[in-house]
Ligand binder design. Structure first.
Ligand code: AMP
Ligand code: MG
Length: 411
């Protein structure tokens, strides 16, 4: 049995970026992964401009100015944002009324805000000295022509969309989304809906996985329920192999009807690992069949969710071209005692609160892997290493923030 860390390493080293690219409008690009560097085609800001509403001045003219003894300058005109007349030239003794974003006139080297002045008939009193360059935004100060402003592998968010718009990049090349097929195996399963009744177990895994795959940037498709029957399983899996990835729940444990490993072998699959030292989700199976990757999850809903977060989400991100695979792990003060057996790494459903700016964490109660209520209440996973048995109350532990996106924590 291999460790969780070793399992993730095998997954990330087996999977490579799907090098298929499509070009889309930047307006539709939220959540997509850039397949190209974005390089500035012009300076931002395009010209020297004012950061304040006020007066463009020659800083030397304002030396020694105070409220009680203001320098007075003559107003030589006005520059407004979007104005097209950039011909004004400032000479000593003059000021140009200027609005935020407007061109700095030739000769001016500072802007004094309105609040530090008083205007009276063509003249302005300056109530303080301004420093050279004060309140001027210089051309190219944010980006120079030729600067790389976003790198290939960036997952696009709102700030990136602002950049794309500012740089007039109306079309962007992004990686195509990976196609992920979801199979639910088990004789006991039935679909949600009016016909569901009796002692059947209603298929929840397929729907949580559809949602998670979509949120991770994949295109999910649902193959529905398959009975614990060799031929049916084989046919369904074979059909799914034209996609990039398959997630199949159920049928990988030690039961008599857990047929998945043998079905995979009959399809010529290479089993990269089966069983890892984690709880929940020990029977996790990872395999390659041709160019398609196969994840077999134990059927319990909690195992499904935790296995997805820890192992499949990084896989989908990697195949999608993203540079980030890790959800944030931070330190928290454990507010109850935890006891477990040594031997497996535990991902314990937890709920953190922030007390005086510090993370505190408690478990969400019963950790049985069929109990979805413990997941509903969780906003993190408390990570307890393999060898640890007891963690006392008020010990600092690692928690993973499962409702947050991946971050770059490398500094
Ligand atoms: P298995 O891994 O096939 O031994 O299943 C473990 C447990 O998970 C059993 O109690 C199943 O009823 C349950 N289970 C399996 N598949 C699903 C599913 N798609 N939705 C909800 N529960 C499931
Ligand atoms: Mg089963």
């Amino acid at each position: 049995m291999i460790s969780a860390d070793a399992a993730l390493k095998i997954i990330l080293s087996s999977i490579s970026v799907k090098e298929e690219i499509e070009t889309i409008s930047f307006i539709e690009s939220d959540g997509r992964v850039l397949a190209q560097d974005i390089v500035a085609g012009f300076n931002i800001p395009p010209a020297d401009n004012s950061a304040m509403d006020g007066y463009a001045v020659i800083s030397r003219d304002t030396e020694g100015s105070t409220t009680s003894n203001p320098v007075e300058l003559e107003i030589a005109g006005e520059n407004r944002a979007g104005g097209t007349d950039h011909s004004k030239t400032l000479t000593p003794g003059y000021a140009v009324r200027i609005m935020t974003g407007a061109h700095i006139p030739q000769g001016a080297d500072a802007v004094i805000p309105f609040e530090d002045t008083e205007e009276t008939a063509d003249r302005v009193k300056i109530f303080r000295a301004v420093k050279k360059t004060e309140n001027i935004r210089f051309a190219g100060e944010s980006f120079l022509t030729g600067d790389t402003v976003l790198v290939k592998g960036t997952k696009i968010e709102s700030a990136h969309i602002a950049l794309l718009a500012s740089l007039n990049k109306t079309e962007v090349a992004v990686f195509k989304k990976p196609a992920v097929t979801i199979i639910s195996s088990g004789d006991e399963l039935t679909e949600p809906g009016p016909a569901s009744s009796g002692d059947k177990i209603i298929n929840s895994n397929a729907y949580v996985l559809m949602n998670e795959v979509k949120n991770t940037g994949g295109i999910p498709s649902n193959s529905g329920i398959v009975k614990d029957n060799f031929e049916d399983l084989k046919k369904t899996i074979e059909k799914a192999l034209n996609g990039d990835m398959v997630i199949c729940t159920g049928g990988v444990s030690m039961g008599r009807y857990d047929l998945i490993p043998n079905v995979l072998k009959s399809l010529g699959a290479e089993i990269l690992f089966h069983n890892i030292s984690v709880k929940p989700g020990k029977p996790l199976l990872f395999s390659r069949i041709g160019k398609c990757f196969f994840f077999g999850f134990p059927g319990n809903p909690v195992s499904t969710m935790v296995s997805f977060i820890e192992f499949v989400r990084p896989a989908i991100l990697k195949i999608s071209g993203s540079l980030l695979y890790e959800k944030p792990v931070v330190k928290a003060l454990l507010k109850e005692k935890i006891h477990k057996q040594a031997g497996r790494k535990h991902f314990i459903r937890g709920r953190f609160t922030i007390v005086d700016g510090l993370f505190n964490v408690v478990t969400t109660g019963n950790q049985r892997s069929d109990m979805i209520n413990s997941l509903r209440d969780a906003n993190c996973l408390i990570i307890i290493p393999e060898e640890v048995e007891t963690v006392e109350k008020n010990t600092v532990v690692d928690i993973q923030l499962i409702r947050h996106g991946e971050i770059d924590a490398t500094g």
